[in-house]
Design a protein around this ligand. Sequence first.
Ligand code: SF4
Ligand code: SF4
Length: 264
Amino acid sequence: MQKKENRYSVAKDLAANPTNLTKNGVCSKCGGCCSNILPLSEQDIRRLRSFAEEHKFVPRLPAGANLIYAHCPFLIEPDPETQPGVKICAAYDARPDVCRIFLCSNTNDQNARAWMTQFGAAAMPEPANVWQVFNRTGLRYDGIEIPYDQAPLCRIANDKREAYEFHVGRPVSVMLENGEFVPPSMILNISQLGLQIFNGAKNNVQFISFGQIDQILSEACRVEFTEDMEKCAVDGGNSCEPDHENTGPTQTDSNETDAGIPGT
Ligand code: SF4
Ligand code: SF4
């Protein structure tokens, strides 16, 4: 019972207290919502990919041997010399549906209603990493960027015989035993004890032990339980490549977090 009350209050807080970066309700084009993790449909990804190919758009990652780049690859600074810090959406005409709808001053309900008005009852897509458009993750580890299609795969199963698969660099949402909701975040690693994630909302790296996790909310991660997976859980995700086990990118490039322009 206590758990349910906690969950309710977390959800209520999130819904009732949006981070408002608008100017009097009008998008200030600050780019604060131009995250690398967005609800993206297959259609959004195809549209962005076609756009990038047509315009020969090549995204850039900041320098650094270990890096978590937490911004959309299409958020660019077109003229850093004369307008430093001013950013634009390089894919404005092809931007994802959510970028056309979302306004940070709205509550979750208001954004959901705006979505419904524009796109009907179609379910909001699951969160995804925008860098996959380029077969990249936006993560660099030991000087090597982790490609999207070669990101290490980790599998776990809990004591309820529920099984999940994670790829490094792909988002996951979890609800903790204490009722805390951890928003769509990037899995950086998995160990015998739990998950190392990048929490985009807080711009930091967190360790979440399996014991803390009450529920994994990302349906896309859920897979059929097999005895093999049970073994993986016991082995602490030994299906991960050794290079990425128990370590991983730990630096963030937070200097650029607040500058930019969204596609609203
Ligand atoms: S760019 Fe995003 S975060 Fe900034 S004001 Fe507009 S909707 Fe809000
Ligand atoms: S508006 Fe453009 S830069 Fe911002 S998240 Fe959407 S696609 Fe990326």
